[in-house]
Design a protein around this ligand. Structure first.
Ligand code: SF4
Length: 288
């Protein structure tokens, strides 16, 4: 008898944290290595609430998945989140601001119904946590909003975005996350998903892409190159700050040399919980 040795896990990466490193290595360090706290961002928290409404919507019998039912789920889901994260109440200056924020969430849910009819769909999975260890020992993991499986066995990966669709120059970045999930599913299930579908509830657009094996192998090489760059930063202790318009939304300017700040001393911590099956709750800083 022979046993196939599992590769030792050398680290873990999710699309959101990979995106952080590509945006700004120092941001990745602050989030993953220093684990500095961040203030809740109203747009990200609204994304969490809209995602949980769309997840719960499919608990209902098909005929009851109406726009009224989705709107009726909104406030209960918001209060459920608030019970778990009482700090979120501090995001708003007053009740009017919170009411406007909820109204924007209602608009997003209404837009969702203009894009597809949930009464005609029966998702195979919702909020699916996936992880796969590559031959290199790097674990890829993340949350897939929805997985649809056709009677033919074809798989469609669906992701809801509460922002607007990117321009052509940024489509590649948006698709990176989806190819990342497709790669994980390919490794887990042995088949390349047929379609990747991003649904932008901020402006009602849908981005679709049919990946092939060559795409996913290229994604694997890209993820590996990214991990090697992270390893170099871990070894050298150099985490480059990369200034961009995203700095306007960064919570760490006070620690960032680009803004006259000084990073805290580096803790002795490796990226991620590298234990297989180490599922955690989805955070507002994860892709939404
Ligand atoms: S402020 Fe900008 S450059 Fe500085 S850590 Fe944040 S994203 Fe990076």
């Amino acid at each position: 008898m022979s046993a196939v040795a599992e590769p030792a896990i050398i680290g873990a990466l999710s699309p959101s944290r990979a995106g952080d490193f590509m945006t700004c290595p120092l941001l990745y360090r602050f989030r993953v290595i220093d684990q500095l706290p961040e203030r809740p961002a109203p747009a990200a928290v609204r994304g969490t609430v809209v995602h949980s409404v769309l997840e719960r919507l499919y608990d209902l019998p098909a005929a009851e998945r109406t726009v009224q039912a989705a709107l009726g789920l909104l406030e209960p889901q918001w209060h459920r989140l608030l019970d778990a994260e009482p700090d979120y109440a501090g995001m708003f200056a007053d009740d009017d601001e919170q009411a406007r924020w909820l109204d924007q969430a209602r608009t997003m849910l209404e837009r969702y119904f203009a894009l597809e009819d949930p009464r005609r769909l029966e998702p195979a999975e919702r909020e699916l946590y996936v992880e796969a260890v590559l031959d290199s020992g790097l674990m890829l993991r993340g949350y897939i909003d929805r997985l649809d499986v056709a009677p033919t066995g074809d798989v469609r990966v669906v992701d809801y975005k509460t922002g607007s669709a990117p321009g052509p120059d940024f489509e590649g970045k948006a698709l990176f996350q989806m190819k990342f999930y497709a790669l994980v599913l390919w490794r887990l299930r042995g088949a390349v998903p047929r379609l990747l579908q991003l649904m932008y509830l901020g402006n009602g657009e849908v981005l679709r892409y049919a990946p092939d094996e060559a795409d996913l192998l290229a994604t694997e090489r890209k993820v590996w190159a990214l991990w090697q760059a992270i390893e170099r930063s871990l070894t050298t202790g150099e985490w480059r700050a990369r200034r961009s318009r995203l700095c306007d939304w960064c919570d760490h300017q006070a620690h960032c040399p680009e803004f006259g700040g000084t990073p805290p001393p580096l803790p002795a911590r490796r990226p991620g919980d590298t234990t297989a099956g180490g599922r955690r709750r989805r955070a507002a800083t994860d892709e939404l």
